[in-house]
Design a protein around this ligand. Sequence first.
Ligand SMILES: *Cc1c(COP(=O)(O)O)cnc(C)c1O
Length: 374
Amino acid sequence: MTNFKNTLSTRKNHIPFLDLKLLNRDYEKSINEVLSKKIASGWYILGEEVKVFEKSFAEYCETKHCIGVANGLDALLLLLKASDFPKGSEVLVPSNTYIASILAISLAGLTPVLVEPDIHTYLIDPKKIEEKITKNTKAILVVHLYGKCCEMEPINEIAKRNNLKVFEDAAQSHGAIYQNKKAGNLSDGAGFSFYPTKNLGAMGDAGAVTTNDDVLASKIRALRNYGSGEKYVFEEQGINSRLDEMQAAILSVKLPNLDNENKVRQSIAKRYLTEINNPTITLPFAGTIMEDVWHLFVVRTRDRDKFREYLSQNKIGSDVHYPVPPHQQLAYKDWNNDSYPISEKIHQQVISLPLNATLLEEEVSYIIEKINSY
Ligand SMILES: *Cc1c(COP(=O)(O)O)cnc(C)c1O
C-alpha cells in the first residue's frame, strides 16, 4: 500500500500546510495506466469508469445508491432540487459552514435559515434547531465539518417529529463514522466533494450524492444530465453536472487507500490532542478519535494573527477555515447586520494545523514542540 514515507522529498525544514504534489505522487503510476486506457477507449463522459466508481463508493458508504456529479456544490444542489420543495421553502443550515452549503440552498430557489453551532464541536447545535423551525421549513442540511459527524440521533428525531427531510454535507467527512454508520448514510441523502484537498480528492472537480432513496436517486441521475432519463427525452429541467470518466478513474485508484490515509490522520490527531499542552491554544473536541476523519485539525487562539506569524517564522504552514462567517459576506448582504456570536467567535479564532497523510512523525513532533513553546 501507499507509503508516503518512502517517497518523501526533503522539505528543507519547511512543513507546508498541505503538499498535494507529494500526496498524489504515490498514485501517479497507477493513474497514468488507467488514464492511458481511458484515452484509448474514446469514451469520456458517463461510461464504465463512472459506473465502477459509483458502485464502489456506494459500497464504501454502505448506501444503496451513489450518483457521480461534477462537484460538491452540485451534489447538494441536486439533492435539494430533486426534493421538489415549494419555492422559498426554508432549509436549516449551520451558520459556521463553508459558503457552498448555503449557496446550494439559495441556488435551489430555497431560503437558508442559519442555526448556530456548538462552540465545542463546531457542529450544528441540535438544541438550537427547533426554535428555527417554521411552517415553511422543509429540511435540515447538516454539515459534518472538519471531518466529524454531527449528532444525528437528536437531529433525525427532531426532523421526524416536524416532518422534515435531513441531508448531509459530507464534503469534509469521507469515511467518518457515527453509531456504526458512515457519513453519507445518516440521512435522506448526502453530498460529497472530491475537490483535490478533501480526504478523497480527485485531480480536478468532482462530487457525488449518496442515498438509500430509490426515487431521489433516479431523479438526481436524470437531473445531473439535463433532466434526461432516456436519451433525448427530457422529463425535467436538469443541469449539466456529470462526473467525468477521467476523474472517476482517478478516484477509483485512490479510494482503496482512503481508510489508510484516514488512519494516519487519526494517529496525528491523537498525538496533537495528547501532546499539545499550551494553555493559550484551545484544542478541538476529541470525541471518538477513530470515528472522526480529521479533514482539518482546527485549534482556537485569541490572537490568531500573532500565532500564525509565529508558526510561519518556524516554517510551519497553516490555514484558516474560515476567516469570515457566511452572514458577514457581501454575497448575503441582507444578513450583514445579524448576530451569530458563536460563529463570529469561531471565525475570529480558528486556525488549522498541518494534518495529512504525508506528514512524518518527526514533523509532527516538531510542530508540537513549537506550539508548546509558543
Ligand atoms: C468543499 C466543500 C463543498 C463544496 O465542494 P466543491 O466540490 O468545491 O463544490 C461544500 N461544502 C463543504 C463543507 C466543503 O468543504
